[in-house]
Design a protein around this ligand. Structure first.
Ligand SMILES: *Cc1c(COP(=O)(O)O)cnc(C)c1O
Length: 492
């Protein structure tokens, strides 16, 4: 059976279901498979399936303690009737030769996080019964905008669980905010924190250390991508894209495909690394950042430095300076001792530098690039004018990075380029309209309607409804009050 170790203590080993229950290791590390050898496989066995079959095959490897029957049940429950596309994550041809877009946003909240957060609550309730875990689970989640609504929807009225989502006050779009504050469920809460995403995330991490059991009979867990139960479901669509390319006749079996991933917390792209390590013919993984280019700089120089101005951009879900999941990659590349050293240095000084050898090993797989808001906007406009294909601001950052990448020596030779499209353009309608040179001075509702008029495509169901729903969550708190807020809510 696969053992999961903490990135900060390889002697601490748990099963997959235990790792999913806890979210984060007690020492503050993240759970990862002990050895990448445990996940190697013949990718043909995975892609010879529809999406659900691919999910079963990938999960059976990573979540082997669940057993294949239970996994089949959970996959059915997670992906039946929730996505508006039969392929779940359809691949679309767009742009010049051999460029494609993998649309990950056809779930209930119109962002890619639905793919994993449709599954995580089911994985967690099963883990609870498998481990005779009697406590109720309280999910604490910090969000830069999209995780929050996807997690609230995913956990809404799931027995034995409740959820509190912390989002940065003034740091999310009106649409994102409305999705959260109108979210259903008697066990859900969304609260604004007076700080940015990093403040909220740091606050949540601290709560895990300080009050892992905020009350008798209640244990904390996480729905952020620090939870391995979030990451593994995301591996599946890397396989799905490859399979769709084969079905289209766009590549031959075995050809290497490069994936360009709009990145914030390094979760989505880390899933791509796992897919590659499993044996999928992935060429390079391009990590696309917005103006908060801490990862692009790190992948260029080996120096991670969070001490820099924080920029609010038109791709807010990528406005992140501390990319948690990078720690998982560091463990595999740099080993336990160095990872511990780097994470300590990051906490104490806000920076660290990996060795030249470590950097060159990371760079043998990853390319880091970034694009500005203006470059993203130009990509949205150009692609819409050329092909009537409309993408959102996060996808546009990746698109723009793909163009830069394809113009470089390193990026010339892939058989295909797949841009991961992480959100529906309707979710970021204001910035999308501005990019198109349209008047975007109206409300989010008017802007969404206008996007609809321009494209002719319907506004996704989950977004069209948010303006008329009752506002259920009004709380605004200081960062310092997060602990009290959690404890008080446990007593209600
Ligand atoms: C969360 C998010 C990202 C970043 O994904 P990570 O896994 O944090 O790297 C990119 N785009 C959108 C729309 C998102 O919601």
């Amino acid at each position: 059976m696969i053992k999961y170790i903490s990135t900060r203590d390889s002697s601490h080993k748990v099963s997959a279901s235990r790792a999913i229950l806890s979210g984060q290791a007690p020492d503050g590390g993240l759970y990862i498979p002990e050895s990448l050898d445990d996940i190697r496989t013949d990718y043909h066995k995975i892609i010879d399936n529809d999406f659900k079959g691919m999910a079963r095959a990938v999960w059976n490897i990573f979540f082997d303690d669940y057993g294949s029957e239970r996994i089949e049940e959970i996959v059915e429950k997670s992906y039946t009737g929730k996505f508006s596309s039969p392929d779940i994550t359809p691949l679309v041809k767009a742009g010049r030769d051999s460029s494609y877009v993998l649309e990950l946003y056809h779930g209930p909240t119109s962002a890619f996080k639905d793919v994993a957060l449709s599954a995580l609550p089911n994985l967690m309730t099963a883990a609870r019964s498998m481990n005779d875990f009697e406590d109720d689970i309280l999910i604490l989640t910090a969000t830069s905008g999209d995780t929050g609504s996807a997690a609230l929807f995913g956990f809404s009225d799931v027995p034995g669980t409740s959820i509190i989502v912390f989002y940065p006050y003034g740091g999310v779009s009106d649409t994102q905010r409305l999705q959260m504050v109108t979210a259903p469920g008697s066990n859900t809460k969304a609260v604004a924190v007076k700080g940015n995403f990093d403040d909220a995330q740091t606050g949540v991490k601290q709560l895990f250390r300080e009050i892992p059991k905020p009350k008798q009979g209640v244990s904390l867990s996480s729905a952020n991508s620090i939870n391995i139960g979030r990451l593994v479901p995301q591996i599946v669509y890397y396989f799905s894209a490859y399979k769709q390319l084969l079905d289209m006749g766009a590549i031959s079996d075995g050809d290497k495909v490069d994936y360009i991933v709009p990145t914030g917390n390094f979760g989505d792209i880390m899933a791509g690394y796992f897919a590659r390590e499993m044996g999928l013919p992935v060429g390079r993984l391009v990590c696309a950042s917005n103006k908060n280019d801490v990862l692009a700089e790190f992948l260029e120089t080996g120096h991670y430095n969070r001490k820099r101005p924080f920029h609010k951009t038109t791709s807010p879900s990528m406005d992140i300076l501390v990319s948690s999941n990078l720690e998982r990659l560091l463990y595999y590349i740099c080993g336990a001792d160095h990872t511990l050293e780097y994470m300590r240095s990051l906490a104490e000084t806000g920076e660290y530098t990996i060795t030249a050898d470590e950097l060159s090993r990371i760079r043998s797989v990853f390319t880091g690039l970034y694009a500005s808001d203006e470059e993203g906007a130009a990509a949205i406009r150009a692609e819409f004018e050329a092909e009537h294909y409309l993408m959102d601001t996060h996808t546009a950052i990746a698109w723009s990075c793909m163009e830069k990448y394809r113009g470089s020596d390193e990026g010339k030779n892939a058989a295909a380029y797949v841009v991961l499209s992480t959100a529906s353009p309707y979710k970021f309608s204001r910035a999308v309209l501005e990019a198109l040179g349209e008047d975007a001075s109206g409300s989010d509702r008017e802007n969404m309607e206008k996007c609809h008029e321009i494209t002719g495509a319907a506004v996704p169901e989950g977004l069209a409804g948010i303006f008329d729903r009752e506002i259920r969550h009004n709380d605004v708190i200081e960062t310092a009050a997060m602990k009290t807020y959690v404890v008080e809510n446990c007593d209600k």
